[in-house]
Design a protein around this ligand. Structure first.
Ligand code: ZN
Length: 215
């Protein structure tokens, strides 16, 4: 034997379903689903006609200034380029985050549940949305409806072992970016204002003439 290393095989166990950190009753999840269903009417889906509505439930800590159970709805917004299409789930998250939800003292796991409705068909979040949501709420409850029944799943079931960028690494990247922005801003201040284009064009034309004469 020439020091051949034995490869060890480790069995990867199925992730356990996490217990919800903040209790939400079934009635609230049903209401959330109907809010998603209601939001569907605003969907912009002229190409596929597959209309989706979402409703995101945000539950901050007791002492937060934010309302106890704030709901953000979203719809799918298609685009003629197809690639620029937005899903309802990401729109709901974007609304919540752009409202500043992450800036308040909302505690851990403020995003409790997201309901998704596509009418009679059950619509589970697509792969991009699963990854997107796992950034903010890896343990969020996903509420759908199939065969007339409300269905509850955890995002960890739908996207086990999701990609998560190391937080320390994230902080380092953010610090680098912040430093770059500051340097750029300092440079911009030092650069004198650009001459108007027309004025700048004249001397250039004269120069061209001079060159012609020289020939
Ligand atoms: Zn999606």
């Amino acid at each position: 034997m020439f020091g051949k290393k034995k490869t060890e095989t480790v069995e990867v166990k199925e992730p356990k379903e996490p217990k919800p950190k903040k209790a939400v009753n079934m009635k609230k999840l049903e209401d959330l689903y109907y809010a998603a269903e209601d939001a569907r009417k605003h969907a912009y889906a002229p190409y596929s006609d597959f209309r989706v509505g979402a409703a995101l439930l945000v539950k901050p800590n007791e002492d937060s200034v934010l309302p106890k159970n704030k709901m953000y709805t979203g719809v799918n917004i298609e685009n003629g380029s197809y690639g620029a299409t937005l899903c309802a789930e990401r729109v709901a998250f974007a609304k919540a985050i752009s409202d500043g939800v992450l800036e308040y003292d909302i505690g851990e796991n403020p995003f409790i549940a997201i309901a998704v409705s596509a009418g009679d068909e059950e619509a589970l979040p697509c792969g991009i949305c699963r990854q997107f949501m796992s950034e903010f709420a890896p343990e969020i409850t996903v509420v759908t409806k199939a065969d007339g029944q409300i269905r509850i799943r955890n995002l960890m079931q739908l996207l086990p072992e999701s990609f998560q960028l190391n937080k320390d690494e994230q902080a380092a990247v953010a610090a680098l970016e912040a430093a770059d922005v500051t340097d750029d801003a300092a440079e911009v201040e030092e650069v004198p204002a650009a001459e108007p284009v027309e004025e700048a064009a004249e001397p250039a034309a004269e120069e061209a003439e001079t060159e012609e004469k020289a020939e």
